[in-house]
Design a protein around this ligand. Structure first.
Ligand SMILES: [Zn+2]
Length: 239
């Protein structure tokens, strides 16, 4: 039975390297104002740094500012052909290269809030050479003041699989029929729904809780063999 681990920042490591960045993705699918459920919302954790909207004539419309569900759906259809197949692309999805400023020394991995992950190109290539599957490093547009700027890529990690219903509130209402919002807090002890998990990827986000990053035992062992620090692992049960 494959084992799965939640990945978070190693905060001691973060303090040692002192690398920092102030940056955002170039575009966003807007949030929505839904007349059915009455909520204005956008999701977190749906990030596609490899999806380039530069050639869309309407690229200026891709801002976080909330719009109606109909306008949101229209904009999403413009992005869909550029996005990976079956990407859910909910309101608030971020798109395009991470752009901004960076300073300090970066470890092999650096995370923003455990959601967005930067990796040194060398570290990514070593992991790929070790047979870790499904890693996609995307170009960033981070400006360093110093001359010896590292080559940092952002991992595009796609949502797959689900939390098991047993770890969610039993009275959880179904998603809104119009905007598909289904809000719940991350349980303290998440359980992954084994039947829904990908079998060909060593790194993914939880499909219905995309701020949670999951790695396989293969990824964890490769990181240890290569002595690539910066990530803490917590094993999550599957059912
Ligand atoms: Zn709604």
């Amino acid at each position: 039975m494959p084992r799965f681990f939640e990945l978070t920042r190693d905060k001691a490591m973060w303090a040692r390297f002192k690398g920092d960045f102030d940056a955002a993705h170039k575009w966003h699918l807007p949030g929505v104002r839904c007349d059915t459920c009455g909520v204005t919302w956008g999701s977190s954790g749906h990030q596609y740094p490899g999806v380039d909207l530069s050639y869309l004539t309407e690229r200026e419309s891709f801002r976080s500012r909330p719009v109606s569900v109909a306008e949101f759906e229209r904009l999403r259809e413009l992005v869909r052909p550029l996005a990976p197949p079956n990407a859910k692309l909910p309101p608030g999805t971020s798109l395009g290269a991470l752009a901004g400023t960076a300073s300090g020394k970066f470890g092999p991995f650096t995370s923003q809030d455990d959601i967005l992950w930067l990796v040194h190109r060398d570290a990514l290539e070593h992991l790929q050479a070790e047979g870790v599957r499904g890693l996609l490093g995307c170009r960033t547009e981070l400006r360093f003041r110093s001359k010896d700027a590292p080559e940092l890529l952002e991992l595009q990690v796609e949502p797959h699989g689900r939390l098991h219903p047993d770890c969610l509130p039993p009275d959880l209402p179904p998603p809104c029929a119009t905007c598909d919002r289904q809000a719940f807090r991350l349980p303290d002890d998440p359980i992954l729904d084994a039947a829904t998990l990908p079998t060909d990827l060593d790194l993914f986000r939880v499909g219905n809780f995309a701020t949670v990053m999951i790695g396989t035992e293969r990824l964890m062992e490769a990181l240890r063999r290569l002595k690539l620090d910066g990530i803490t692992f917590r094993e999550l049960p599957t059912r």
